[in-house]
Design a protein around this ligand. Structure first.
Ligand SMILES: [Fe+2]
Ligand SMILES: [Fe+2]
Length: 354
């Protein structure tokens, strides 16, 4: 069953983008001093190569619509249309969240290397958000990004958490975009909207953003050792579980793309996990039957929670409270599953080979 919100107007779109739930993309602020204090000496060579790539800016002209793009826009069946809009709105919010965070850090730090890096990444995310917003505009649903920047609630994360969470969201963003692109390369008849055709070069930006955070974390080895490994386990699981639950609420979208949400999500987890070998000392055991059953249980609990919410009243509220406890227990069980150890490679950088 689809459980996405009904979206009929530009106001609905902005309201949905502004909402903060466990599953929607958030806006972040952090303590920027920590970014000033990063000593890049241990990773200088790889950092400079990365910055040269940002300067070359090979995607400068990529995020422009052409006649080919507009010619492929067509009417969608109502249920698919709703889920696709939900997908576009959460994507534009996530892209813009990166833009807001990176430009905020750039504005506040003094370290010139970090300023330049954040400036490049904010540039890319602004392009990505603007490009998605153009497609929302076709549906009469442009999200008001200026309003969002002013009025959406900000979540404070320590710099350490920003590193883990942003690194993961960049790499999982890459894995999501490239998996959809490859699927549609094999099945061009399933490409129901031209935006998917832009994903290949687009995802290389996300990959590179992930590389930047990998390098920043490898410059601070303490972030990757000791008790922090428990935090890494938490963030990897939280990011994977959120994606799994959200994707399983969009059956029409995945059906139209010819994707099974479970197969697609595990492919994305596999790619993301391969990426994280450059920086995290553990990987989650994706083949564990307990892990797989746990994620299915979380998706089922989320569907039941949406049903209880629309039921309303005291019994609906009690049901939701019970389901929240169950979800916390399942999450806890998954959290304590034994991860697999990973030895970090000498060089940080990886190539986007998927
Ligand atoms: Fe992006
Ligand atoms: Fe990005």
């Amino acid at each position: 069953m689809s459980s996405v919100a009904v979206i009929n107007s530009a106001d609905d779109a902005t309201t949905l983008a502004k909402a903060n739930t466990l599953l929607t993309p958030r806006f972040y602020r952090t303590n920027n001093d920590a970014f000033d204090q990063i000593d890049l000496a241990p990773v200088r060579e790889e950092f400079d190569v990365l910055m040269a790539e940002f300067t070359r800016d090979t995607n400068r002209n990529h995020f422009e619509r052409n006649d080919e793009f507009t010619a492929q826009i067509r009417e969608l069946p109502p249920a698919l249309r709703q889920e696709f809009l939900d997908f576009l709105i959460s994507s534009v919010t996530a892209e813009f969240s990166g833009c807001v965070l990176y430009s905020d850090i750039k504005r506040k730090v003094k370290n010139q290397d970090i300023r330049d890096l954040m400036g490049y990444m904010a540039r890319d995310e602004a392009r990505h958000a603007g490009f998605i917003n153009q497609s929302l505009k076709d549906f009469g649903l442009q999200v008001d990004l200026g309003f969002l920047r002013r009025d959406k609630k900000y979540t404070y994360f320590t710099p350490k958490f920003i590193m883990y969470a942003t690194y993961l969201s960049e790499k999982i963003g890459y894995a999501r975009y490239i998996s959809i692109y490859r699927q549609l390369e094999r099945n061009p008849d399933k490409r129901f909207h031209p935006i998917f055709h832009w994903f290949e070069r687009w995802c290389n930006d996300e990959f590179r953003h992930g590389e930047a955070f990998a390098i920043l974390m490898r410059a601070q080895p303490k972030l990757l050792q000791g008790f922090n490994v428990w935090w890494i386990r938490f963030f990897v699981l939280a990011v994977f579980a959120t994606m799994y639950v959200r994707d399983h609420a969009r059956p029409e979208l995945h059906g139209a793309l010819g994707l099974d949400a479970t197969v697609y999500d595990y492919e994305v987890f596999r790619i993301t996990t391969e990426c994280t070998r450059q920086v995290f000392p553990i990987t989650l055991d994706l083949d564990s039957p307990v892990f797989r059953a746990g994620l299915d249980r979380l998706a089922a609990i989320s569907v039941a929670t949406a049903a209880a919410r629309s039921q309303g009243g005291l019994s609906g509220l009690l049901k939701r409270a019970g389901l929240a406890v169950q979800a916390a227990l399942v999450f806890g069980r998954l959290y304590f599953l034994k991860p697999q150890a990973n030895a970090l490679p000498e060089m940080v950088r990886m190539a986007p080979v998927w």
